[in-house]
Every structure is written in structure tokens, then in C-alpha cells.
Write a protein that binds this ligand. Structure first.
Ligand SMILES: *[C@@H]1O[C@H](CO)[C@@H](O)[C@H](O)[C@H]1NC(C)=O
Ligand SMILES: *[C@@H]1O[C@H](CO)[C@@H](O)[C@H](O)[C@H]1NC(C)=O
Ligand SMILES: CC(=O)N[C@H]1CO[C@H](CO)[C@@H](O)[C@@H]1O
Length: 272
């Protein structure tokens, strides 16, 4: 009797422990990210209901708004979607392109300890956004190879984040550009403007900020995926009309390989 009682307690404990850990499994993150894509495709919040916490919030272009009034309820044909997974912060980032929308959207999704979605945070760029042309963005994105990096070649998350942060600090810091681990080849896709020509010596350095006294890129929110070598940083792009901005970086062997940006200027045409 007594032994069975003890055993059942032990069983309960051992069964309970893995469930709390599993709250941030890749499967949980993927289910929510897929539900988000289904919602965006349908133009309906319904597909999100199984994955969100009751009091989840929605941010679009650096404003907390009712999700039923945002881009999420526009049915979009999605031509490209790539998601990165942060199992430490329990969050994902998805890059989404809809040529017919036209929209290029960067979305971070954050989960609570139970694995439920508490925040969907999007930069939704469209006509008028910085260098916007969804068809061209899609064309360039399709030329690139973002493959999982084998375990032994993965950079540490601190290294990946530091590379993104150094880059984001170039506008306001004299020395940040010296801390960016520039790679060769390296290409930037800014809106639909591509710095690459497919050459082995493509460089990301031409055109980087030379004025280091500009307003900083603040309110940075991160999603980091070691397997993809990537960090997504959403921020406030203060030096361009206080725009909502998304930068995604990919490192290979510790060096910067790709930079993708989206910048939305509060519904007005972006200008410097
Ligand atoms: C949502 O509810 C949870 C649990 O009741 C609470 O801890 C959390 O602070 C709430 N979040 C917001 C944004 O209200
Ligand atoms: C650099 O940016 C600051 C802030 O916008 C501006 O005041 C300054 O004139 C700029 N310097 C140059 C050389 O353009
Ligand atoms: C909803 C949201 O994230 N708003 C932010 C916009 O940017 C300012 C400046 O960083 C923040 O203070 C707000 O919280």
C-alpha cells in the first residue's frame, strides 16, 4: 500500500517535470508560428485561438493595437516564409513576403512559461515603406541559402547577438562598425535594394553609416537562433521618421553573411 503510494507520487513528479520543460519545445513554437501564418493567409484571428494566452497583445509597427484592426485580418497569399526559433527566450521570428499584398512582414512571437503566445510583434512594410518592392525582395530572398548550420560550426547566441547589436549601433557610435564581424561574401537586402551581385567578394560595407552622431536604434527586441546563425532585431529607427524597423542578421563561421531589413514609416512614405 505504502510503496504504491510512494511510487505513484514519484510517477506523478517524473511525468509532471517534462511537461513544464516541453512548454518551450520547438514543436510548440512551430505550432504557434504555423497558426500565425494560417491566420495571415485566412485574414482571420480564428486559427490563433488554440495557441494564444487569453490576454495576448498585438503590436504592429511599434503600436499596440487591436489585432482585428491590423494587417493580420487581411487575407494574404504568402509567397515566402522563413521562421527562426529561440528556445531560450521561447520566441520565434518569421520573415513573410506577399507579392500581391503587397506586404513584407517581420513578426516576432513571444510565449509565456506555459508555451502560450503572449505577444505578436510585427513590422508590416508595404507601398511607401523604405525601398519597398515585394516582388523584388522575393526574387532576392529566393537566391539566398539559409540552411541549418551543423552543431560544431554554430556560433554562440551571445556572439550572434553582439554582431547584430554592433551593426545596429553604427548610427550612434563611432566605434561600433569596428565590432561588426564583416564576412566575405556578405550581402544586404534593404527593402528591395540588394547590395550583392553573387560574387565571392560581395561586401556589406559600402554604404554603411558614416555619420555616427545620429539617433540610436532603440527599443530593440531580439530573437536568436543558433542553428540558423541568426538574430532578428525589431527596433525604433529614430533617425528615419521614428520608423518601425526589422533587421535580421545571419552569421556563418562567426562572420556576417546576410542582412535583411524592413522599415515602415507610420503609414507615410519613408524619406531620409
Ligand atoms: C496576462 O495574464 C497573466 C496571468 O494572469 C499575467 O501574469 C500577465 O501579466 C498578463 N499579461 C498582460 C499583458 O496583461
Ligand atoms: C549627423 O547627424 C546629426 C543628427 O541627425 C546631424 O545633426 C549632423 O549634421 C550630421 N552630420 C553630418 C556631417 O551630416
Ligand atoms: C507598442 C510598443 O512597442 N511601443 C514602443 C514604441 O517605441 C517606444 C520608444 O522605444 C517605446 O517606448 C514603446 O513602448
Amino acid at each position: 500500500m505504502y510503496t504504491w503510494f510512494l511510487l505513484s507520487i514519484l510517477l506523478t513528479i517524473s511525468l509532471a517535470a517534462p511537461t513544464s520543460k516541453a512548454a518551450c519545445s520547438r514543436a510548440t513554437l512551430a505550432a504557434a508560428s504555423d497558426a500565425y501564418i494560417s491566420a495571415q493567409t485566412a485574414g482571420s484571428l480564428t486559427p490563433l485561438s488554440p495557441v494564444v494566452a487569453p490576454n495576448w497583445t498585438y503590436t504592429e509597427n511599434n503600436k499596440s493595437i487591436d489585432p482585428a484592426k491590423g494587417v493580420l485580418v487581411k487575407s494574404l497569399k504568402i509567397d515566402h516564409r522563413r521562421t527562426i526559433y529561440d528556445l531560450v527566450q521561447c520566441a520565434t521570428y518569421s520573415e513573410v513576403i506577399s507579392v500581391s499584398g503587397p506586404y513584407v512582414i517581420g513578426t516576432q512571437i513571444r510565449h509565456n512559461a506555459d508555451g502560450k503566445v503572449v505577444l505578436i510583434d510585427s513590422v508590416a512594410s508595404t507601398t511607401g515603406s523604405w525601398l519597398f518592392n515585394a516582388a523584388k525582395t522575393l526574387e532576392y530572398v529566393k537566391q539566398e541559402k539559409w540552411e541549418p548550420i551543423p552543431k560544431e560550426k554554430q556560433d554562440k547566441r551571445e556572439v550572434i547577438q553582439a554582431a547584430g547589436d554592433a551593426y545596429m549601433s553604427m548610427w550612434a557610435s563611432e566605434t561600433a562598425h569596428l565590432e561588426v564581424p564583416w564576412g566575405t561574401p556578405c550581402v544586404r537586402l534593404e527593402g528591395s535594394a540588394y547590395t550583392g551581385s553573387g560574387r565571392p567578394d560581395d561586401s556589406c560595407q559600402p554604404g554603411i553609416p558614416s555619420n555616427h552622431s545620429q539617433a540610436d536604434n532603440i527599443n530593440r527586441r531580439y530573437v536568436i537562433d543558433e542553428e540558423m546563425g541568426s538574430v532578428s532585431i525589431l527596433c525604433l529607427w529614430q533617425h528615419m521618421m521614428n520608423a518601425a524597423d526589422s533587421h535580421e542578421f545571419r552569421l556563418e563561421n562567426g562572420k556576417l553573411r546576410y542582412v535583411h531589413t524592413m522599415t515602415e514609416c507610420g503609414g507615410r512614405p519613408c524619406r531620409l
